[in-house]
Write a protein that binds this ligand. Structure first.
Ligand SMILES: [Zn+2]
Length: 448
């Protein structure tokens, strides 16, 4: 760092994560349901205490003091009073039990045998109508759906007409799970809550994220048809194939619903977000901070464009001298091409996914608008018309302009397709539109 003198140093410290995966469940006396934790000071969960609570607690504390001294070191190596942000990508919860998510699919007849690895049907699988992909407290279940997913030799597909019913079935099956084991050795199955919440892909756009806030987890192909979240002390990693619930042999996890907090049970899914020095206003307790706000805020401080795919906001409220500035949100649309109806696009591994359409876009624009304190500008960069489907094209693309009026479009620029049918058509579109067409480099050859 002394040699290269970076403007931005991104410094990772994995130990707080790693040590809590190893130890958190061994130093936590109670479960979130109020029951004594059978793994407290008992790595084998055999009723014989290990006598190691103090030492294990010291390991976790050591991880945090290590993070602190790493920050000190970086601050020493950067120019004096450099702005610093400390963030984690997740919180933590104690756990000691692993769910075999694929067992649920076997019991529903969607798989012929339990998966032996993450996200892959087992060797010799003969049904393969669904698969489970897990990470910590979250499992995503993907249907092998007729018409959407590529046909794989030897595996069966869920027929398109059964999609909704199958999703409901899987969701209900996860929510109904109950632990059949007796971890407390009182002669009775625990019956503790195993699954916290379950969502369809559409519902995954609104994962609860604390008061007045949701997180968008929905991606056209990468989000599961069902997303289920375990409840601590359960999670999905290191499962025993074919056994619904077994010991996981490690003792902390993340990936639960972000609003899960129970400090008495050492559960806090809220991530860390601390800032100081340089451009950061001192003594501000900011509401609604998200880790995804970091990239736009840092880009703003570095005076570089906000990364295109970042979904966060520049947090002016954290920054000195920014009180008088106003965030101007802009929603951009390009190449609409009079696509009034939803269509499909082929994504990852030849999966057909529905995309676009005027009504879905309207909803997305409204959702974007609702995320900002002031209404964003809706700008199009051109090619709103031309090369369009018959229901717009045969009507000289008047429907495309009507739809943009209905969205409340603020302005558009010109693309090459605006000129497809000559200036006369273009002028008609401009007259029909409730918004201006903006251009600075279009010249009429006859009049100049
Ligand atoms: Zn981790």
């Amino acid at each position: 760092m002394r040699l290269y003198r970076p403007d931005l140093a991104m410094v990772g410290y994995p130990i707080a994560d790693e040590f809590q995966h190893q130890f958190l469940g061994l130093i936590t006396p109670v479960l979130p349901n109020g029951a004594p934790n059978p793994a407290y000071d008992d790595v084998q969960v055999n009723g014989t205490p290990d006598g190691r609570v103090a030492r294990r607690t010291a390991f976790v504390k050591r991880a945090y003091t290590g993070a602190d001294s790493t920050l000190d070191l970086v601050q020493e190596l950067m120019p004096r009073n450099t702005s610093a942000f400390v963030a984690s990508d997740h919180g933590f919860a104690p756990q000691f039990l692993a769910i075999d998510a694929s067992k649920v699919l076997v019991d529903l007849g969607l798989l012929s045998k339990p998966q032996t690895s993450n996200c892959r049907p087992a060797t010799g699988e003969t049904i393969g109508k669904a698969k489970a992909c897990w990470a910590g407290g979250t499992v995503q279940v993907y249907l092998n759906l007729q018409g959407r997913d590529p046909v794989i030799a030897g595996l069966q597909q869920v027929s398109a007409t059964l999609e909704v019913a199958t999703v409901d079935q899987i969701k209900s099956a996860f929510l109904a799970l109950s632990d059949p084991n007796d971890w407390t050795r009182d002669g009775q199955a625990e019956g503790w809550q195993v699954i916290d919440r379950a969502y369809t892909k559409a519902e995954a756009r609104y994962i609860p994220n604390g008061a007045g806030s949701t997180a968008d987890m929905a991606h056209p192909t990468r989000t599961g048809d069902v997303v289920a979240f375990a409840y601590p002390p359960y999670q999905f990693d290191a499962a025993t194939p074919g056994t619904l619930v077994a010991r996981s042999a490690f003792f902390g996890q993340h990936g639960y619903v972000p609003d899960v907090q129970n400090l008495a049970a050492n559960i806090n899914m809220r991530a860390t977000f601390i800032g100081g020095g340089g451009s950061v206003r001192p003594n501000v307790v900011a509401a609604g901070l998200r880790t995804i706000d970091l990239a736009p805020t840092i880009a703003y401080l570095l005076d570089v464009p906000v990364p295109q795919h970042s979904q966060g906001e520049v947090r002016l409220d954290l920054l000195r001298g920014s009180e008088s500035r106003t965030l101007v949100p802009i929603v951009g649309l390009t190449d609409f091409h009079g696509q009034l109806e939803q269509t499909t696009a082929v994504y990852d591994n030849n999966i057909n996914s529905p995309v676009g359409g005027s009504s879905q876009l309207a909803t997305m624009f409204d959702e974007e608008a609702a995320a900002f304190p002031q209404r964003p500008f809706l700008f199009a960069s051109g090619d709103n018309v031309g090369a369009s489907p018959a229901n717009s094209g045969l009507l000289e693309d008047r429907p495309a302009i009507d739809v943009e009026n209905a969205w409340g479009m603020h302005a558009t620029s010109y693309g090459n397709h605006e000129f497809d049918y000559g200036v006369e058509r273009l002028l008609k579109h401009q007259a029909r539109a409730n918004f201006p067409f903006l251009g600075a480099n279009i010249v009429d050859e006859t009049t100049g």
